[in-house]
Design a protein around this ligand. Structure first.
Ligand SMILES: [Zn+2]
Length: 236
C-alpha cells in the first residue's frame, strides 16, 4: 500500500519526523531536503506507520464523532453520562442520575454553546476532584506540589512545571478513575525527576502498582479522548 501524506517543510528543522495523528500521516522535513530522500526515509518506516495507522483508524471507527446533540454519551471517571441540552434564560450545567444537563440560552450558538458549558463543568468538577485528592495527600510526603489546576491541552494529559505547578487537561476526567490517579502520580513524580529516566519510573512504581496498565490505556485511548471531535472511547 502506498502512503499519501503532506510534507511540512521548515527552515528550523534538521531531520525528518513522521507523525501519525487522527488516523493520518504527516511528514515534517528540513527546508531543502530532496523529496526522494524524504520518500526513502518514509518507506523505511512503513511498517511502523502502518501499525500506528491501523490502530488509530480502528479506534476512530469505534467511537461516534461528536455534534453536541441531546442523547450523546459523555463520561465522568469512565462512567457513561447522557447529554441533555435545555434552553433557558441563563447558562448552567448539572449532573443528575447519569444525565448531564447543559442549559444554553436562546441566543447561543447551538454548535458551540453546549460544548463550552460542558467543558466548564468538567473543569470545575475536575478541580474539586484534585482538591479532594490533595487534601488526602500526606503533609510530610516528599512530593509536594506548589499548585494544581485544570486547563485544556490538545495532545497531553498533564504537565508539571519546574516551579512545581501541576496542570491537567479536563479531558483526563473522561478516563476511569484509576487512570486519572496514575496521571496525577506521574506528574507528582516529576517533582523528584524532571525527565522520564529509569529513576523517574522508580518513583512512579513506589506510588502505583498499575502505572504500566495506565500508560497503555492512555496510549490506546488518547487518539479519541483528547480529540475534541470525539471526546470518548469504545468500551474494551
Ligand atoms: Zn512525564
Amino acid at each position: 500500500m502506498s502512503l499519501i501524506y503532506p510534507i511540512h517543510r521548515s527552515k528550523k528543522r534538521r531531520s525528518v519526523a513522521i507523525k501519525v495523528r487522527d488516523g493520518e500521516v504527516q511528514v515534517h522535513a528540513p527546508w531543502a531536503l530532496a523529496e526522494a530522500k524524504i520518500q526513502q526515509f518514509v518507506a523505511s518506516k512503513e511498517a511502523w506507520i502502518q501499525k500506528h495507522l491501523q490502530r488509530q483508524q480502528q479506534q476512530l471507527a469505534g467511537v461516534q464523532s461528536r455534534n453536541w446533540q441531546a442523547g450523546e454519551r459523555l463520561r465522568w471517571l469512565g462512567q457513561p453520562l447522557t447529554l441533555q441540552v435545555r434552553t433557558a434564560t441563563r447558562k448552567s450545567c448539572c449532573c443528575k442520575d447519569n444525565t448531564l444537563i447543559a442549559t444554553v440560552t436562546k441566543r447561543s450558538n447551538p454548535k458551540k454553546e453546549p460544548k463550552s458549558i460542558v467543558r466548564g463543568w468538567y473543569q470545575q468538577q475536575a478541580k474539586q476532584w484534585l482538591d479532594v485528592f490533595f487534601s488526602d495527600w500526606p503533609r510530610n510526603h516528599p512530593l509536594q506540589p506548589k499548585s494544581w489546576e485544570v486547563g485544556s491541552f490538545s495532545s497531553k494529559w498533564g504537565h508539571c512545571s519546574r516551579e512545581g505547578e501541576l496542570k491537567f487537561s479536563w479531558k483526563l476526567w473522561l478516563a476511569p478513575e484509576w487512570v486519572v490517579r496514575n496521571v496525577v502520580i506521574h506528574e507528582l513524580c516529576h517533582l523528584a525527576e524532571f525527565n522520564h529516566s529509569a529513576k523517574f519510573w522508580q518513583w512512579v512504581a513506589r506510588y502505583s502498582d498499575d502505572y504500566q496498565a495506565a500508560e497503555r490505556w492512555l496510549r490506546q485511548h488518547g487518539v479519541t479522548v483528547l480529540n475534541e471531535a470525539y471526546l470518548d472511547y469504545a468500551d474494551d
